[in-house]
Design a protein around this ligand. Structure first.
Ligand code: SF4
Ligand code: MG
Length: 314
C-alpha cells in the first residue's frame, strides 16, 4: 500500500475514490463575437473547464469545437495555427509572466516562434500591441516586477492578443485587482472584443463583473451547470436557488449598509457529492424529493435552463 493509499484507507476511502470529476456533463455554445460568463464559487470547476477549452487540460470525454473544428488538447491532426485561435488570460499576471523576461520578449515570443512575424519586426509589433492595451511603448525593456498589477494584466492581455486569437478565455482576469483598476481592465476587454471581434469566455466568481461584460451567463455548482440565461434575464429573475444565493452574497453598498449574506454551509467535496440535487444540503428551498432525485438540466422557459425541480414545477 502506498503512503497515499494508506492515508486514504485511514480516511475510509479507497484509491478509486480519488477519481474526482471536476467537471461533468457540461456543454457550452458561445456564438461568435459574444461573451459568455462562467460563474460560481471557487472549486466549482470553472477554471478546469476554462483550461480544457483552452487546450491546457484534456478531458476524458468530450470535445472543444471552434466553427465545427476540433480544438481540444492533444487532438490528432490539429495544426498549431488552429491552437493559436484560442488564447487564455490568467488571474495572476505575476505568476503567469516570466519575471526574467523583458516585456518586448513576453509579447513577441509566440508570434516569432510561430512565424507570424519576423525577428526584426519585434519592436514595432510589440509597441503596437502595447499601445492597443493602453501601455506606453517606452516600457518595452522593463521586467514584470516594474509594473503595477493592472499594467501586468495589460501585458498578459497583449501576450494573448499577439497571436491574433478569435476566442479568448479569461480566468478571473480582474479578481486580484482593486475596484478602479478592475473597471479599466473590463473596459479594455470590452473595447478589444469589439475591435478584434473576439469571442469571450469570461470566468469569474463575481456576478457584478460578469454583468458588465457578458451577453449570457452560466452558473456552475460542483462541476455542473445549474443555470444558464441571458445576462438580462438572469439579473432580472434568477431561477435557481444557488444563483439567488450568489446574488444575496453581493454586498449592497448603495443601500448604505453592507447586507452581506454568505451562502450557508460548506461547499461539499467533489469526491463525495451529495445525493440527488448536489445543492440540497445548502438549499433554502429544499424539498423532500431533492435529496433523492437529481433534477435534469432542463429548459423551463425559452432560452432559460436550470437544474432544479422548482422552476420545472411552476
Ligand atoms: Fe434546491 Fe431542490 Fe432545486 Fe436542488 S432541486 S436547488 S435542493 S429546490
Ligand atoms: Mg479558479
Amino acid at each position: 500500500m502506498s503512503p497515499v493509499e494508506a492515508l486514504l484507507a485511514r480516511a475510509g476511502m479507497n484509491y478509486s475514490d480519488r477519481v474526482v470529476q471536476a467537471v461533468s456533463d457540461v456543454s457550452l455554445e458561445i456564438p461568435r463575437g459574444t461573451a459568455l460568463g462562467l460563474v460560481g464559487e471557487s472549486g466549482c470547476g470553472k477554471s478546469t473547464l476554462g483550461r480544457m477549452a483552452a487546450g491546457l487540460l484534456s478531458a476524458t470525454h468530450g470535445e472543444v469545437l471552434v466553427d465545427g473544428e476540433r480544438m481540444d488538447a492533444g487532438h490528432a491532426g490539429m495544426a498549431t495555427r488552429d491552437m493559436l485561435r484560442v488564447q487564455m488570460v490568467f488571474q495572476n499576471p505575476m505568476a503567469s509572466l516570466n519575471p526574467r523576461q523583458k516585456v518586448v520578449d513576453i509579447v513577441t515570443e509566440a508570434a516569432v516562434y510561430h512565424g507570424l512575424i519576423r525577428r526584426r519586426e519585434r519592436l514595432e509589433f510589440a509597441a503596437e500591441l502595447l499601445r492597443e492595451v493602453g501601455l506606453p511603448p517606452d516600457v518595452l525593456n522593463r521586467l514584470p516586477h516594474q509594473f503595477s498589477g493592472g499594467q501586468r494584466q495589460r501585458i498578459g492581455i497583449a501576450r494573448a492578443l499577439s497571436v491574433s486569437p478569435e476566442f479568448l478565455i479569461c480566468d478571473e482576469p480582474v479578481a486580484a485587482l482593486d475596484v478602479l483598476i478592475q473597471a479599466q481592465i473590463i473596459n479594455l476587454l470590452l473595447e478589444l472584443k469589439e475591435r478584434r471581434k473576439l469571442t469571450l469566455l469570461f470566468i469569474s466568481h463575481d456576478l457584478g463583473v460578469v454583468r458588465h461584460i457578458c451577453d449570457e451567463v452560466v452558473v456552475m455548482y460542483l462541476g455542473r451547470i445549474v443555470e444558464q440565461a441571458s445576462t438580462a434575464d438572469l439579473f432580472a429573475r434568477p431561477a435557481h436557488p444557488y444563483t439567488q444565493a450568489l446574488f444575496r452574497e453581493i454586498p449592497r453598498i448603495r443601500s448604505g449598509r453592507r447586507a452581506y449574506e454568505p451562502i450557508s454551509g460548506e461547499i461539499p467535496s467533489p469526491m463525495s457529492p451529495p445525493t440527488g440535487c448536489h445543492f440540497h444540503p445548502r438549499c433554502p428551498c429544499v424539498m423532500e424529493r431533492c435529496s433523492r432525485e437529481a433534477p435534469p438540466e432542463a429548459e423551463f422557459e425559452k432560452g432559460r435552463v436550470a437544474r432544479c425541480w422548482l422552476p420545472l414545477s411552476i
